[in-house]
Design a protein around this ligand. Structure first.
Ligand code: XMP
Length: 517
């Protein structure tokens, strides 16, 4: 079997919002790549042995004080390079060309005219054909570095792409990684396959084989435990490890009493059906007792986190002689810890089992560390997870406790579960479930007056939230058709005892958050 990591691309991150997108596009072309900070040492680059290097865009100007820079020696490496936007300007400046402020910023769509097709633009129509590309820059190349030639231009950008006369060093001012650049896939593909000579070997089938072999080697005869939440990441982690070492893995599924309607039963049945050795712990009583009278959301989170760790430790102790703890860490969490400023600095991640590895002194196994979420979903489908589970909306670790504002009681949980189930059912029935990032119900700790039949009622208010998002960092409320909202409202008020009013949340993030807490 071809080693899926043997042909890899290094992406140097200069802090662009789209650095992760470059990586996703390269992976979609079935070539393995990693993102590293721009100041990684030359020695580390040589050890990484990339087939090609992509220099990302970035928010700085090359002349800013403290702007990220690279050593000239980088360009002496015998490796093909592609500078994108800031990456191109930095290449220019470092190799002796001149970059200057444009008379006006170019932001958004632009028409690119290809002056020379060559390898990078192979197969694309040359001048006078115009190609729609996406630009975002304030500076532009005024003087090419020695030995470079211009290969494309646009109305406000005389050098929109360049190449070295003899060596495989390229630069593009536009962003091939964004969907608005119609020729983006071709340009990146040409760089990967024609310039770098990569083969498309990275796919989820081969990933599964490689990951299985790696897990076997790492674990040997050891014992592994894994906390299952029923979410895609932890389930795929467990399925992969189960594939590698079978009964040496025990998965622990804790029912904290804060799950959605029928969730523990559905998840448990699925996991057992997949042949996992699952240890089910119903800790509903324990969690609800600890949460009694607590209405501060941060305190709720703390209590739930601490209780979870206690239970997990007790169960691990019962299993005995455990060596490894498996976690469903994904690639975006890994990049976050190394990246310079950039997109990563702003990403908030939620660690549901925070602190667990340190406390338990176990070695970590994180088989999904190099995957993006969409790749995890492909692995999940390959491993036989059904679409319902694979495309489930995100669900917070502290569960319904942060969707009940105020005190969490059995009665409130019951109301919220029933309401939430109706929301999900209607979203699925109408085909909207797969179109949105997340949809759910929130129970407010207030009552309002209503009238049912001849009687006045004084009951709970629920809010429905549905948002569109790409990464949960920003989100907008979904413009759901009125008919769906009407059906949900009607059903909730008629079917859920204790609710007489339904509202729809029309706030975006920021300034609101997705969860109400
Ligand atoms: P906020 O409310 O911060 O939520 O806009 C962003 C995304 O994160 C999810 N979320 C969590 N996910 N554990 C998780 O795994 C948590 O503790 C947690 N809290 C919030 C939230 O549902 C949304 O998708």
């Amino acid at each position: 079997m071809a080693d899926i990591h043997s042909q890899r691309i290094l992406i140097l991150d200069f802090g662009s919002q789209t650095t992760q997108l470059i990586a996703r596009r390269v992976r979609e072309a079935k070539v393995y790549c990693e993102i590293h900070p721009f100041n990684i040492s030359l020695k580390d680059i040589e050890e990484f042995a990339p087939r090609g290097i992509i220099l990302s865009g970035g928010p700085s100007s090359v002349y800013d004080e403290g702007a990220p820079a690279v050593s000239r020696d980088l360009f002496d490496l015998p490796v093909p390079m592609l500078g994108i936007c800031y990456g191109m300007q930095l290449t220019t400046r470092t190799l002796g060309g001149r970059v200057e402020k444009s008379t006006h910023r170019e932001y958004g769509p632009a028409d690119l005219v290809i002056d020379e097709t060559g390898d990078l633009f192979h197969g694309l129509a040359p001048a006078p054909v115009r190609h729609k590309v996406w630009m975002s820059h304030g500076d532009r190349i005024e003087v090419l570095p020695p030995d470079f030639v211009k290969i494309a231009h646009s109305a406000s950008c005389p050098v929109a792409a360049m190449r070295h006369a003899e060596r495989p060093i390229y630069g593009v001012q536009f962003h091939p990684e964004v969907a608005h650049t119609e020729i983006g896939t071709e340009v990146l593909g040409n760089f990967l396959f024609r310039v770098c000579g990569c083969q498309p070997t990275w796919n989820m089938r081969s990933f599964i084989e490689t990951a299985t072999a790696d897990i076997r080697e790492k674990v040997g005869a050891g014992k592994v435990i894994c906390a299952l939440s029923g979410g895609v990441d932890s389930t795929v982690t467990a399925l992969l490890i189960n594939r590698a070492i079978g009964s040496q893995l025990t998965s622990i599924f804790v029912n904290n009493g804060l799950l959605r309607k029928n969730e523990p039963e559905t998840v448990l049945a699925f996991l057992k059906g997949m042949g996992l050795n699952v240890h089910y712990v119903d800790a509903t009583e324990r969690f609800l007792t600890r949460l009694k009278g607590v209405d501060n959301p941060e305190e709720k989170r703390k209590i739930i986190g601490t209780e979870f760790i206690k239970i997990f430790e007790e169960e691990a102790g019962r299993i005995g002689d455990v060596n490894f703890l498996a976690q469903g860490t994904l690639y975006p969490d890994v990049i976050e810890s190394v990246s310079f400023k950039g997109p990563s600095a702003t990403i908030k991640s939620h660690h549901n089992v925070g602190g667990l590895p340190e406390i338990m002194k176990l070695d970590l196994i994180e088989p999904l560390r190099e995957l993006f979420k969409d790749e995890v979903r492909s692995v999940a489908l390959e491993l036989g997870m059904n679409e319902d589970l694979v495309f489930r909306h995100p669900f917070p670790g502290p569960g319904l406790a942060i969707r009940i504002l105020g005190d969490v009681t059995e009665e409130r949980l019951e109301i919220l579960r029933e309401t939430d189930a109706i929301v999900l059912e209607e979203m699925k029935k109408s085909g909207w479930y797969r179109k949105v990032w997340q949809s759910f119900a929130v129970l407010l700790p207030i009552r309002t007056v209503g009238v049912m039949g001849d009687e006045r009622t004084y009951e709970h208010v629920v809010a429905i939230r549905s948002v569109d998002s790409l990464d949960a960092m920003t989100a907008d409320w979904t413009r759901l058709p009125y008919e769906i909202l009407a059906r949900v409202s009607n059903r909730v008020i008629n079917e859920v005892k204790g609710v007489n009013r339904v509202c729809y949340d029309i706030s975006s993030k920021p300034p609101a958050t997705i969860e109400w807490e």
